[in-house]
Design a protein around this ligand. Sequence first.
Ligand code: FES
Ligand SMILES: [Fe+2]
Length: 382
Amino acid sequence: MSDLLRDIVEPEALEGFLAAGPVPRGLPAEAYTSQRFFELEEARVFARSWTLCAFAHELSSPGDVVPVTVAGLPLVLVRGKEGELRAFHNVCRHRGLKLVDKPCSKRHRLVCPYHNWSYGLDGRLVNASNFGGHGVHQAEGFDYESHGLAEVPCRQWHDWIFVNAAGNEPDFEAFLAPLMPVVEGLDLANIDPLFKIDSGIFEANWKFICENFVEPYHVPVTHPETAAGQPLKDHYLLRDNHLVGCAIDLDEGKMGNGSARKANRDYCLDISARYFLLFPNFLFFIYFGEETHVNVMLNTPLAPDKNHQRRVIYQIGGGEPSEEAIEGWRQLNNDVVAEDRFMVEGLQEGRRSPVTWNGGVLSPAWEGSQHAFQELVIQAMK
Ligand code: FES
Ligand SMILES: [Fe+2]
């Protein structure tokens, strides 16, 4: 364990976490509150991994440009002339201004608003405008080649775009491998975004959101109506290497059995589902209702206690859902998000108390995926 980590978190709390006895402990409080821990996480967890950063349908045409933040770094995604996708540090190579500040389309060049340097969609510096004098775009001792935008490894898998900001390029196939058995049989080549939800800022650490996502223990208590059809006893945990999560399989006969109406809702989660996270931040869930829905949640950590969240809900194959059905699903999702938000923001507030210094305790029956996620964080931080 690195001394740096021991220096940031209470060593005794870290020992307690690592000991992982029959009743494991959660992460030390500083993992959720410390600015130093957060910065180390940016460098060691997010920069060195394949980190989800955008949805490909949001930049599907040549000339589409989308700025993103990954590991605290300003990056920009660019769809090139032939449809190729590239990621760059979103920084002008002249004096380092952030180059692109909002999504734009139909671009042939990226032009810096400060002194007009312009770059091709492939990142090459095309014109260092007037750099050597009025009407003189060259200067002695200056070369264009080494002043193009700095590229970052980037991959697209179906609608999801991942970058590796540190450029250490972990094997992308190996990254996706644990996911394959879980998505087997899903026609991901034919998914359409049904609707999107921008949940805005959560006043909570990103890890609380992930932990909440992979543990089923809270479901009947936090979501008594929205998840009225998902009793605790039918849940189980998923774990394969850096994939952690939980799932519920309901008998076909029991699905959509009217528990929604009992709970005074037209729509609720009375369906089989899979919820999982591919470390560090690919949060993927599948609902097996009359149609199959895939949801992907994109969290962007902004500070130890701030996280921006949005999600896209896709339909796989199947017919055209009615406006009413889409509205019903949207409302259900919004309600579930609000219920989870209340809990994760409460966990964040709880970390202000000295009582939470050593992370609380985790259920050996239901919170194993949560503990596995926490172990992945600590492993990456070493
Ligand atoms: S900082 Fe971009 S052109 Fe000067
Ligand atoms: Fe929840």
